[in-house]
Design a protein around this ligand. Structure first.
Ligand SMILES: [Fe+2]
Length: 268
């Protein structure tokens, strides 16, 4: 079962991989074309089902980063469809696939589709995100109400810079399409963080009530993250007023608060 998102220049197909990490796989296809781009192939059968149903043929595989759950079926699709792999140059020491480098501000072009590349390091150094129409495919950089961890080659200060100096500057109505669906867990974390759970926003309570393990959470925009994502709000006094152990975070530097919040989330 998959969803479609219709943009101005492309259709985005996406589905929840039925694993404990709740990965989301994406396929991008220019409108009125049989060509497409596969992002971070993990669920081979789920991707093949879309390709077959929609009569699509991959021209590119794009890896947002080189973690195993984002590159697992690179070889399979590269071989079967004779397509090209695109990834950040930093991947050259990380995997054995031949690929073309993509960098900040590059455009990936397929028919009338233009995909802008952003370098979004932090979760890991090679991480890229993609802007297509009004959507941001952000891999493991931003999750709904959370951010990626920095346990595997990550750098939390770099992640802070990516969120505060790059992601937060994008238009509020850009749709966030993350590499995992962690919304439910991230709401539970937020509840654990707050002094008074009655202060959790109604919108989040409704999302929590309506959560179904087998389904994707609804798509949210950047305005939603600015309003609810604790990692986007570390510079807001009104956010810290709600937090249980606020004294723990009582340091003037925003990036220190961000780092500590990431640590608290890791230990949660
Ligand atoms: Fe990752």
């Amino acid at each position: 079962m998959y969803e479609t998102i219709k943009g101005d220049s492309c259709i985005i197909y996406r589905f929840l991989v039925q694993n404990s990490d709740r990965n989301i796989n994406y396929i991008l296809a220019p409108i009125d074309s049989n060509e497409c781009i596969v992002i971070d192939p993990l669920d081979k059968d789920g991707i093949e089902e879309i390709l077959k149903n929609e009569n699509l043929f991959p021209q590119y595989i794009v890896n947002t980063h080189a973690h195993p759950d984002h590159i697992k079926y690179n070889s399979y699709f590269l071989k079967k469809y004779s397509c090209k792999l695109l990834a950040h140059n930093f991947c050259k020491d990380l995997f054995e696939f031949k690929f073309d480098n993509i960098f900040e501000n590059d455009l990936i072009i397929l028919n009338n589709l233009r995909i802008k590349v952003l370098h979004t390091p932090g979760h890991c150094p090679e991480h890229i995100s993609l802007i297509i129409d009004n959507c941001l495919l952000c891999g493991d950089t931003v999750f709904n109400c959370g951010v990626g961890n920095t346990k595997f080659r990550g750098d939390v200060v770099m992640l802070y810079r990516t969120i505060f100096h790059k992601i937060k500057n994008l238009p509020d109505d850009i749709l966030i399409l993350p590499g995992h669906d962690y919304l439910y867990n991230n709401i539970l974390f937020l509840e654990s963080l707050y002094e008074d759970q009655g202060k959790i926003h109604k919108e989040l309570i409704e999302l929590k009530i309506n959560f179904k393990q087998e389904n994707l959470s609804p798509i949210k925009d950047l305005a939603f993250e600015k309003k609810h994502n604790p990692f986007f709000r570390v510079d807001e006094l009104s956010f810290w007023d709600l937090v249980k152990n606020k004294n723990l975070f009582a340091n003037e530097e925003i990036q220190y608060k961000f780092r500590l919040l990431r640590q608290v989330r890791d230990e949660w």
